[in-house]
Unconditional design. Structure first.
Length: 595
């Protein structure tokens, strides 16, 4: 987890209809204003994001960097984006037009990142965010594979970018260092943004994200995801770029970057609006109304809570209560039930919202705003404009709504397939992978994208009544895992690794768990668990011995069917995870079990 973004206000209440647009108005902002002397929007593409920014109050706060105190209004943002766009086009002039070209960039989680991203969109180009934590060889591969035309870097990452260039690339590109952006002079006039007269033709720009996935070194060509269906994470991932930047800006919110991530600083910021003002000249902090993070972050916030001062604890709990923290989302990895329950208890009733998405599709399914629609283990319903279906993994037949069980009453497991305007266009430079990932729907409409994730679908009593919106009705989706690694076939039965992990994590002796399948001569596969024990677990085994596999099996006996209980258990000090909190299970099996 390289950083956290918090949202502290909402400018327009009419945007509260969908699940990820729930923010509160904050106190008035003392803005430093920038005057451009020209109509700005007419020089930017006529797209969703720029039309939305045009509608926001120019004096309204857009971005804050929590530690440095740098703050920027929507007027500042638009002017700086235009200035950066014009500078980029001027410097790249000898290389031709930038429309439709890939522009790679490296920037810290900050205002500068936002300006870079929007300036690239402003050029009608394809934004390619790079992770500075990647090794030089990996970044070289991305630049060469994408055939990026430009590489931008902030001053902080100038040396890293130069190191990549010194190693050599297979094609020519323009390299430019972007200086730290400063706000214009205070008190200068705001120029209102006029209605865009730009062409309404489909833009050539978009986003290209490189992330772990189905291909060896996967690449994705994504058009800018629309944010009218869903409004922290590393910002080279879809979760960070879309959920934590584009969507809040679309809604007119204020984004507050907390980089690098530090649990004490996050608690201090959540608590700040509810602490006594010690300095009357210091501006009051707005309360945080939206927080999105991976389950690991919520666990870290919980674990450090007892070490906080009593004053911070009391104010922090008020800050994350349902009346103040209007929406808290957990994503990018399965949310363990104990984490969800503990956060709800700590916050005085705030229920974490789960949803389903991936790099290729953005956010596709989500639970609802109504707490009754945040069902444990479920990712909810397809969001507006998204179509979803289940395709039986055995018969390859579509599972109709209402036919979710077989003749023996067992739930049918199917692959989630999606289509709609937010679905990506192609795997860059990999026609074969693109073709294999889409299937014809046979109805003359767009093909369906095969996600590789499998799920069950069921009606849940008390949920899906439309209280979160008309889209949140009917049967809910329950993710079982990835087709390749999370569905373990034992004899004629299927085991969801995620289900077993949930039960393991409900045991007080287990802090972390990853469930995998191992080869079995008798049954084809068997269930195995890799766990990290809680600090007090070692003395809780039978007869005073350390807690071990037999204790685990006894604890799960009344929770899981016998064939689902892990037959092997390995204890590690820590389970390796990527920046999104996910475990590479294929690598884990090889490393731990040598298979």
């Amino acid at each position: 987890m390289s950083g956290l973004s918090l949202v502290s206000r909402l400018a327009r209440p009419r945007l509260r209809a969908s699940c990820a647009r729930l923010y509160l108005s904050a106190q008035p902002v003392h803005a430093k204003l920038f005057s451009s002397g020209r109509s700005l929007l007419t020089q930017l593409p006529n797209t969703h994001i720029f039309r939305a920014i045009k509608d926001h109050d120019s004096a309204s706060l857009a971005v804050v960097h929590s530690l440095s105190g740098r703050s920027f209004t929507y007027g500042n943002l638009t002017a700086d984006v235009l200035r950066a766009k014009e500078d980029l086009e001027k410097k790249a002039g000898r290389m031709g037009k930038l429309s439709g070209e890939r522009i790679a960039f490296m920037a810290e989680n900050s205002y500068d990142y936002v300006v870079m991203l929007l300036a690239i969109f402003g050029c009608d180009a394809i934004a390619l965010p790079l992770s500075p934590s990647f090794p030089t060889g990996e970044l070289q591969y991305i630049l060469d594979n994408s055939e990026a035309k430009v590489l931008l870097a902030t001053e902080k990452y100038a040396d890293k970018a130069q190191e990549i260039l010194n190693e050599g690339l297979q094609h020519e590109l323009l390299f430019d260092i972007r200086p730290k952006l400063a706000v214009g002079a205070a008190g200068s006039e705001i120029v209102p943004l006029e209605e865009s007269k730009a062409s309404s033709a489909l833009p050539a720009g978009g986003m290209m994200l490189y992330t772990s996935g189905t291909t060896a070194r996967p690449r994705h060509g994504n058009t800018p995801p629309k944010t009218d269906s869903s409004t922290s994470s590393p910002l080279h991932h879809i979760h960070g770029v879309v959920n934590a930047i584009i969507a809040p800006l679309f809604a007119g919110s204020s984004i507050e970057f907390m980089y690098p991530f530090n649990t004490d600083q996050v608690w201090n910021r959540l608590a700040a609006p509810f602490l006594p003002q010690t300095d009357p000249n210091s501006p009051a902090k707005s309360k945080i109304t939206f927080l999105t993070a991976v389950p690991t972050v919520y666990n870290r916030l919980r674990s450090c809570f007892p070490s906080l001062s009593a004053e911070i604890q009391q104010a922090g709990q008020k800050g994350i209560s349902p009346e103040n923290l209007r929406l808290n989302i957990s994503g990018s990895a399965a949310l363990p039930t104990p984490t969800k329950t503990a956060w709800q208890s700590l916050s005085g009733g705030n229920v974490l919202l789960e949803r389903f998405g991936m790099t290729e599709v953005g956010m596709a399914l989500s639970c609802g705003l109504d707490f009754a629609d945040r069902v444990d283990g479920s990712v909810g319903w397809p969001l507006p404009q998204v179509e979803a279906r289940l395709v039986d993994t055995e018969t390859n037949q579509v599972i109709p709504v209402g036919e979710e069980t077989d003749a023996d009453g067992r739930e049918r497991v199917g692959e989630i397939q999606l289509r709609g305007p937010t679905i990506f266009r192609e795997y860059w430079g990999n026609t074969k992978a693109t073709k294999e990932t889409f299937v014809d729907g046979g109805d003359g409409r767009d093909p369906w994208f095969c996600t590789g994730d499998v799920a069950t679908r069921r009606v849940v009593q008390g949920a899906g009544k439309g209280t979160s919106g008309d889209w949140a009705r009917g049967p809910m989706y329950f993710i079982q895992g990835r087709k390749s690694v999370d569905i373990i076939k034992i004899g004629g039965e299927k085991v969801s690794a995620l289900e077993v992990e949930r039960e393991l994590l409900s045991l007080p002796q287990i802090a972390e768990a990853a469930v995998v399948g191992l080869p079995s001569e008798q049954w084809g596969s068997k269930v195995a668990a890799v766990v990290v024990l809680s600090p007090n677990a070692h003395a809780t085994g039978r007869n005073g011995k350390s807690w071990g596999p037999m204790d685990m099996r006894r604890a799960l006996k009344d929770r899981l069917a016998g064939y689902k209980i892990p037959q092997e258990m390995k204890v590690l000090e820590t389970i390796p995870r990527n920046a999104m909190g996910k475990v590479n299970k294929k690598a884990l099996v090889k490393e731990v079990f040598g298979v």
